[in-house]
Design a protein around this ligand. Sequence first.
Ligand code: SF4
Length: 324
Amino acid sequence: MSDILLEVKGLKKHFYAGKSLFKRARSVCKAVDNVSFKIHQGKTLGLVGESGCGKSTLGRCILRLIEPSAGEITISGQDITRMDARTLKAMRKEMQMIFQDPFASLSPRMTIHDILREPLDIHNIGTIAQREEKIAEVMHTVGLRPQALNRYPHEFSGGQRQRVGIARALVLEPKLIIADEPVSALDVSVQAQVLNLIAELQESRGISFLFIAHDLAVVQHTCDEVGVMYLGKIVERAPAEVLYRQPKHPYTQALLSAIPVPDPTHNTEHVPLIGDIPSPLNPPSGCAFHPRCQYATERCSREAPTLTQTQDEHWIACHLHPAS
Ligand code: SF4
């Protein structure tokens, strides 16, 4: 039996802008463009890229919080892309989300108890006593005291609020959690605590994660595999230790070289990342990274590279690395 929990095939999410005075055709924003990957049970895929590369849109498409334009998403072998609302509601127990901004994602009018109780009530899980037991258990798991249950989100620090967000994701015992930049709004010291908590959950509960981040340093110790996204496409994907040791795509190399190294004698070549990410409404021709790539050739501006498997599990979309 396959241990693939999540499989995404050819996923697309295109947004259409209105016609302008000067343009007859509607502009298309290809926020997610033909993305495919798998996550095995108990494993974590990190999805990394600058703001605006489409990674959060992809996460929301997988949970069908927004509808994909094309492609297929299967969870535990069940295609959820075409599932009706009722079946999808039942399926949502299996997949939960941790949001970037814990304050915005928690209702300010509800106590922590009610925030944690709500999903159990919606899915009609267990007796009242079992629901209370579950709430106490997840509070303990995320390191919050039972007294906190009667308090409101604004009474907590950012790190504690994110623990509440994680507790809410855990209360339904999901198989998959999509963590959308779960630490980017937190101080560095608190980031480490929340990352450690997520690592413990992977270990102890065997939950699979799609961990979305804009910084390769954040996902380094948390992920089994890493995918790097640029303008709606995955440009490199590999097991984490391979990608950090031998990044092949110039964009991945630039992202990695921007990570500060604590040892000043450590000699890593700095690969500059020129300019900002282009507008997805008007992407560059050929390889979308070519205006920022120090290795770009004439071919790069003409022809888009396809994501190709070069070694065992190493996938790269770059003309410098043809299939082996
Ligand atoms: Fe750079 Fe060309 Fe590779 Fe794109 S295809 S990353 S522009 S070398």
